[in-house]
Write a protein that binds this ligand. Structure first.
Ligand SMILES: [Zn+2]
Length: 347
């Protein structure tokens, strides 16, 4: 491309909406807020690809970017999927239409728009974004681990600025690592089982699903007069954060358990990749700062680091929750398509 201006587009494909951004050659995002449009994912691949094509065209129009300057596209979707963007044959949470099983969404989008498409799963994209925003000019010399608490527990392991995908695209599936549970669960608390079938993995404790399925029902036996006992448990699970923001003892007990689980996970990470930074993301990022900071400090307290590690380890939040997918997949695409001479990203 020589000195010609160039950019990459980031497309975040969600269960109900797409979001988009453009990252230019100077490391600047040309979109400040959200560029949202319906994703049509429930209608199946054909409708969803048409919707992605429309989102792509719309973000170019909004930013005034000439299509001929677009090097390629970063695409992220919820997993599970292969490193090349082939959705799991067993189905994925957001892709309930049976036509999605084993669908190669990366190649299909590439064929549709005629540009290279680089695929990331949504947690990996958020991990890449958190890493680059935090480290800026030093991003390519740093490592990090991200845990993103949502319906499940997503993760991403970043080394030298690039996410580790592994041989089958399954690296960084941090939610399904089994934890030593002594000191995490109460003595009379049943061992929770994850959707994946494993007992006592990270997601079986540190996810919204875990709260509704096991943690909240257990803690309600300790606080039987709690107002949430009167709500359907899935509703109560969603309301729990608002109670924690008001220092409700039941809610804090549940989130303390989640902090313990994340601390155990990060303790494993410390021995595995010894990262410079540990990032926590998900809905908690949008919580009231006092609760958000409390949770992060509890995670830190429950992470056992060696003295040298403790002196320098960074614990921080994944920023800009809603935009992290589109922005992170744009960075991943840029770094894949143009590996050399990259300026730092300006958040
Ligand atoms: Zn699991």
């Amino acid at each position: 491309m020589g000195s010609q201006p160039w950019c990459v587009v980031g497309l975040d494909n969600g269960g109900t909406t797409n979001n988009a951004t453009v990252l230019d050659a100077s490391g600047r995002f040309l979109v400040d807020g959200m560029v949202e449009s319906p994703s049509a994912v429930r209608e199946g691949p054909e409708a969803a690809l048409t919707a992605l094509g429309a989102t792509f065209a719309r973000v170019l129009e909004l930013t005034g970017v000439d299509r001929s300057t677009v090097l390629g596209v970063g695409l992220d979707t919820p997993g599970p999927a292969s490193a090349d963007g082939v959705l799991s044959a067993k189905g994925a949470t957001n892709f309930v239409n049976p036509a999605w099983a084993g669908f190669d969404i990366r190649t299909a989008l590439e064929d549709l728009i005629g540009l290279p498409v680089v695929y990331s799963n949504d947690a990996n994209a958020a991990a890449v974004y958190a890493h680059h925003v935090h480290f800026g000019a030093d991003a390519l010399d740093r490592s990090s681990v991200s845990a993103i608490i949502g319906t499940g527990l997503g993760g991403g392991v970043v080394e030298a600025g690039r996410v580790i995908t592994g041989g089958n695209g399954m690296a960084g599936e941090l939610g399904h690592i089994r934890l030593p549970l002594d000191g995490v669960l109460e003595p009379d608390q049943p061992i929770p089982v994850c959707n994946c079938g494993r007992a006592g993995d990270v997601e079986s404790i540190a996810s919204l699903t875990a709260i509704g399925r096991g943690l909240l029902p257990y803690w309600l036996t300790r606080f039987p007069a709690h107002p949430l006992a009167a709500e359907p448990v899935q509703e109560a699970a969603k309301l729990l954060r608002s109670y924690a923001e008001r220092d409700d003892p039941l809610a804090l007990a549940v989130f303390e358990q989640q902090a313990k689980a994340l601390g155990r996970l990060f303790t494993i990470a410390a021995d595995f990749t010894d990262p410079h930074a540990y990032f926590v993301g998900g809905g908690v990022v949008e919580a009231r700062p006092s609760f958000r900071d409390w949770l992060l400090s509890r995670v830190r307290d429950h992470t056992e680091l060696r003295e040298e590690q403790a002196a320098t380890a960074i614990f921080s939040l994944v920023p800009d929750l809603d935009m992290a997918g589109a922005r992170g997949s744009a960075i991943a695409a840029r770094d894949s398509l143009r590996a050399a001479d990259l300026p730092p990203v300006t958040p």
